[in-house]
Design a protein around this ligand. Structure first.
Ligand code: HEM
Ligand code: HEM
Length: 182
């Protein structure tokens, strides 16, 4: 009785601030993947290379700032009640996937930042120099960049699963979770 009453008082959608942050961050991630894939394949002499690296780092840092805002909104505002019609198991896996997405949204940009600092390179946010968070480690090699890349691919795989889940709920199960984020 009480839990039903409580859930009736909960909003139908995610808070507006969280919806705006969700979609603006999704656009940032898309841009980061595209720029990331292109920039690593450019010739060292290509003049576009430093511009794309600087853009990639700036947007990467932007995701950290937006994520901090997103977590603070999430902790303060009421979230919608679990979607009606989903099984316990589906709710469990969706919650797990959201936690893993948050984990990777923190780790991936930090790994990129660490890779840059380990190689003695600074990180700027649209031209503003940011503090060096990690020490320079001479002769460390490029494995740190590979790790950042693999983690980014992991995030991409998880995002693909996330989108597949949303599509399945909308078109197969007719259980429209998308409404909650629009
Ligand atoms: C969530 C945010 C981020 C995503 C999704 C992302 C994604 C990627 C991807 C897909 C690549 C190409 C990997 C490859 O194919 O080898 C890449 C490379 C790179 N990223 Fe990011 N990145 C993010 C944040 C950052 C940040 C914040 C920094 C630095 C402050 C950064 C620095 C780099 C660097 C230096 C490379 C080149 C690595 C190398 O030379 O092997 N990234 N990133
Ligand atoms: C076209 C792309 C995307 C679509 C259609 C989409 C759709 C949705 C929908 C419908 C929900 C609500 C699910 C529910 O209430 O059960 C949701 C939540 C969520 N999405 Fe996405 N999403 C997309 C991209 C992304 C990306 C790129 C990320 C992160 C890298 C992400 C992370 C999350 C997280 C963490 C949640 C849980 C709610 C929260 O705490 O913010 N989504 N998404």
């Amino acid at each position: 009785m009480t839990s039903q009453t409580e859930s009736l008082n909960l909003p139908e959608k995610y808070p507006l601030a969280l919806r705006i942050l969700h979609w603006s961050m999704a656009v940032c991630f898309l841009g980061l993947f595209v720029i990331g894939f292109i920039m690593v394949d450019l010739d060292k002499e290509d003049t576009l290379r430093p511009t794309l690296f600087a853009l990639h780092k700036s947007f990467g840092v932007l995701t950290i700032i937006l994520l901090a805002l997103r977590i603070s909104v999430r902790l303060r505002e009421a979230l919608p009640a679990p979607q009606i019609g989903l099984s316990e198991q589906e709710l469990h896996y969706a919650a797990l996937a959201h936690k893993a997405l948050y984990g990777l949204m923190i780790i991936v940009p930090l790994a990129g930042w660490a890779h840059s600092n380990f190689h003695g390179r600074d990180v700027k946010f649209f031209g503003i120099p940011l503090p060096k968070l990690f020490p320079t480690l001479d002769g460390i090699g490029n494995w740190t960049g590979d790790i950042h890349g693999y983690l980014a691919y992991g995030l991409l795989a998880l995002v693909s699963l996330h989108i597949a889940g949303v599509i399945k709920h909308r078109f197969v199960d007719h259980n429209d979770v998308l409404r909650r984020m629009l």
